[in-house]
Design a protein around this ligand. Structure first.
Ligand code: SF4
Length: 351
């Protein structure tokens, strides 16, 4: 049970309501990329020198034998391709052996290195991998992500992956008021290099985070921010995100740009937009239609039944966690809809 817990994202309002998979792989203890906006710090503590968690490989092998219906995120608390990334290759080998689908979240161009690319191509040929490369701005990446590979190298990697047949989308995140042109420039570079689509996620952070980031950017803090949480946790600093109208406009601009290239756009954890039967906002549906998706609030509100390709439950050892998240979805249906589903989209979002 304790081992299984390592592979699951805990129930929370936004994740339970809106995420299509709750399973994850965490190869490292921390992250050396040192992004100033990093959300992972809230869960795993400060940035630092990462230590590979070798015990995860054996534990994943046990899980992978029994559980390959849903995609796993690699990773949520650190960059899986920071050095030394040998452990990440081992996890991907296990995924290949047991045919476990993987979404790689990274800011590293190591994904196109000679020791990595052949493995990704082999996973791609089995419809088992989607790479999500993150890039937010062209001009400020050194300020906001001081230890991460240069954003132009990341965009170069998008082109290589696309030309080698490895499915890749670009996460334009975090989105900040005042950096709209930067976000659109990075998005256009990604699309022109062959990204299959874009995912946008607005920034969220404490007052102190907001002050620090705008100081580093050398910009005045935009006036209006909205409370982010549905419930503020006692003893923790409250979180804020940009106002709804700004988020709607920013998502709409990115969606319009993507549709000009004939590509897709989805927002991350910002609305209850239903993307279509069997489609998820992570865009794993572009890779595979045989894997299951978690049943989310989006499907519930759209009146879609919880049956294949969706699941609210599953066999041991992880099925119990799907049930826990699903109970939360049912509760959220009657509460907080205004907050969770506040942002609305209009065409040309869907192609
Ligand atoms: S790469 Fe991800 S986990 Fe690492 S510091 Fe940046 S935001 Fe945090």
């Amino acid at each position: 049970m304790r081992e299984a817990l390592e592979f699951v994202i805990k129930p929370s309002n936004y994740v339970s309501a809106l995420c299509y998979s709750i399973f994850r792989l965490e190869p490292f203890t921390t992250c050396s990329f040192g992004c100033v906006y990093c959300y992972a710090r809230w869960y795993r503590g400060p940035h630092g020198r990462p230590r590979p968690k070798w015990e995860t490989v054996r534990a994943f092998e046990k899980i992978a034998k029994k559980y390959n219906d849903f995609f796993f995120r690699l990773a949520t608390l650190s960059d899986p391709f920071q050095e030394p990334y040998g452990i990440t290759l081992k996890l991907l080998e296990v995924a290949k052996k047991y045919e476990v689908p993987i979404i790689i979240n990274t800011k590293s161009d190591a994904v196109v290195k000679p020791d990595v690319l052949p493995l990704l191509k082999s996973l791609a040929s089995r419809s088992l991998v989607l790479v999500q490369l993150s890039a937010s701005t062209l001009s400020y990446s050194k300020v906001l992500e001081p230890g991460a590979p240069d954003v132009r190298r990341r965009l170069g990697a998008v082109g290589v992956l696309a030309s080698e047949g490895v499915p890749v989308v670009v996460r334009v995140q975090p989105l900040f008021p005042g950096l709209e042109e930067e976000h659109l420039r990075v998005a256009e570079e990604a699309l022109s290099r062959g990204a299959l689509g874009l995912i946008g996620e607005s920034f969220r952070g404490t007052r102190r985070d907001i002050e620090l980031i705008y100081k580093l950017l050398g910009m005045r803090i935009p006036d209006r921010w909205e409370p982010y949480q549905l419930n503020v946790v006692e003893g923790k600093e409250p979180l804020f995100h940009p106002p709804k109208e700004w988020r709607e406009r920013m998502h709409y601009s990115l969606a319009t740009l993507a549709s000009r290239y004939g590509k897709h756009y989805s927002e991350c954890k910002d609305s209850c937009t239903f993307y279509g039967l069997g489609r998820d906002c992570c865009m794993f549906w572009k890779v595979s239609s045989v894997h299951k998706l978690r049943y989310t609030l989006r499907e519930l509100l759209a009146g879609i039944p919880c049956k294949e390709p969706y699941a609210c439950d599953g066999p041991p050892p992880l099925g119990k966690f799907l049930r826990m998240h699903h109970r939360k979805v049912q509760k959220l249906k009657d509460e907080h809809l205004e907050k969770l589903c506040g942002v609305e989209f209009h065409p040309p979002l869907h192609i």
